[in-house]
Design a protein around this ligand. Structure first.
Ligand code: ZN
Ligand code: ZN
Length: 411
């Protein structure tokens, strides 16, 4: 009997006025998720703690059963591993975004979400060619506006993010509901020389890359076409070592993004091959297309039953939350219900757990501390009827921390 952990990225939400004060989960018609809710049991999860609005990295780490306070070493190295970069023993890795800076104001943290993978790869090539640092580095564009910076050498990870949306707290990146938009800068968070040198080389990269990107023909063309230029690299979540997760066995994952790939790989989970399509201009079309592919592959692999446990990560549900689009979030949930959960109902002897790595409320356009609903369709049953934020609070599983979920459901 395969057991499946389904993480719907950023699924938790708050009531939205566009949906008559319902959350997207409440407003969506979800016959099949309702079936699993009626025949299973529910609870609700604080992925990291009641006080933390987590990033996906810590949320997922916790849901896979690892205490983030014990194991987490920063997002950069996780993304680097997921993108296939080998991390030298002495190095620093940071998560990057192509963003838009106009008059020293960070106008858009994702360059309008319109950067194609092709454009990003070309811009990255130029950065690798023309930025000159005192240490060897690699800048890699991954999917859409996302990327990774890896610098070889001995560094400190105790430096601030060059990204105002996430605050650095220890090695955690904490999502901020509101943030300043003036050009961010990397600051040393202690007085050691190594930390100061680290901040300096990061700022040097940011400055030089900004100049190169601003003058690049791709960005001139983007401006001409009324698109935001991808002229600034934000950097966050510096890490200088890999987490030492105890390894899982007989687990497989269907994951498309470098971050989730990195976490799965370091957890000993077999990554089943499939790639998200390259990012094109239209983000809505893109989201639907990648979701379709994720569903198709997930079903194909689950049906083979080659592993005891599967981890399926649905990234797409997070995007409309960041973009403040509850209608799209509701539609994606309905699509998942019809194309994925309906088909799961037909597979015999299946056990599933459905939850999220954090909430991304549309009205906040950012991650929040709000708990996420948890549904377990397996051995127990309670009186809940729908998979929603409110209903899950009435469930028999009660409140849980992310790290305790897998234990609770015997995965
Ligand atoms: Zn997430
Ligand atoms: Zn997110």
């Amino acid at each position: 009997m395969p057991k499946i952990l389904i993480i719907l990225d950023g699924i938790g939400d708050l009531p939205c006025k566009e949906l008559n004060n319902k959350t997207p989960l409440e407003a969506a018609k979800t016959k099949n998720l309702d079936f699993f809710a009626k025949n299973g049991c529910q609870g609700y999860v604080y992925p990291v703690s009641q006080k933390v609005a987590p990033e996906s990295d810590v949320g997922v780490t916790a849901l896979l059963g690892y205490d983030p306070y014990k194991y987490y070493t920063g997002r950069g190295p996780l993304e680097a591993v997921g993108a296939g970069l080998t991390l030298p023993i002495q190095s620093i890795a940071l998560r990057a975004n192509f963003a838009t800076l106009i008059n020293q104001i960070l106008v858009d943290r994702r360059a309008g979400r319109t950067l194609t993978t092709k454009e990003a790869k070309e811009l990255a090539e130029e950065i690798n060619k023309k930025v000159k640092l005192t240490h060897e580095f690699t800048f890699k564009a991954t999917i859409g506006h996302r990327g990774i910076l890896l610098i070889k050498g001995q560094f400190s990870n105790n430096v601030s993010n060059v990204d105002p949306a996430y605050k650095k707290e220890g090695s955690f990146g904490i999502a901020k509901e509101e943030y300043e938009t003036k050009m961010p800068e990397c600051k040393p968070l202690d007085s050691k020389k190594l930390t100061k040198d680290t901040a300096e080389i990061i700022n040097e990269f940011v400055k030089q890359s900004n100049k190169i990107l601003t003058n690049h023909p791709i960005n001139r063309k983007r401006i001409k076409n009324n698109l935001l230029p991808a002229n600034f690299i934000t950097l966050r979540d510096a890490g200088i070592e890999l987490p030492k997760f105890p390894k899982k066995s007989n687990w497989a994952a269907v994951v498309g993004m470098p971050l989730e790939k990195g976490i799965a790989k370091l957890s000993g989970i077999t990554i089943l091959p499939f790639e998200y399509p390259e990012a094109k201009r239209d983000i809505k079309k893109q989201t639907k297309k990648s979701l379709k592919l994720e569903i198709k592959n997930s079903l194909k692999y689950i049906k083979k039953v080659e592993f005891k446990n599967y981890y399926i990560h649905i990234k797409q549900t997070d995007i409309p939350g960041h973009d403040g689009d509850p209608i799209q979030k509701k539609e994606l949930i309905e699509y998942l219900d019809k194309k994925f959960f309906k088909k799961l109902r037909k597979i015999k002897d299946l056990e599933i757990v459905v939850t999220g790595d954090h909430s991304t409320p549309c009205k906040l356009k950012s991650h929040s501390k709000d708990p996420v609903p948890l549904l377990w369709f397996g051995k127990e049953k309670d009186n809940t009827e729908r998979f929603t934020e409110k209903e899950s609070k009435k469930g028999s599983l009660g409140a849980l921390l992310g790290k305790d979920v897998l234990n609770k459901v015997n995965f």
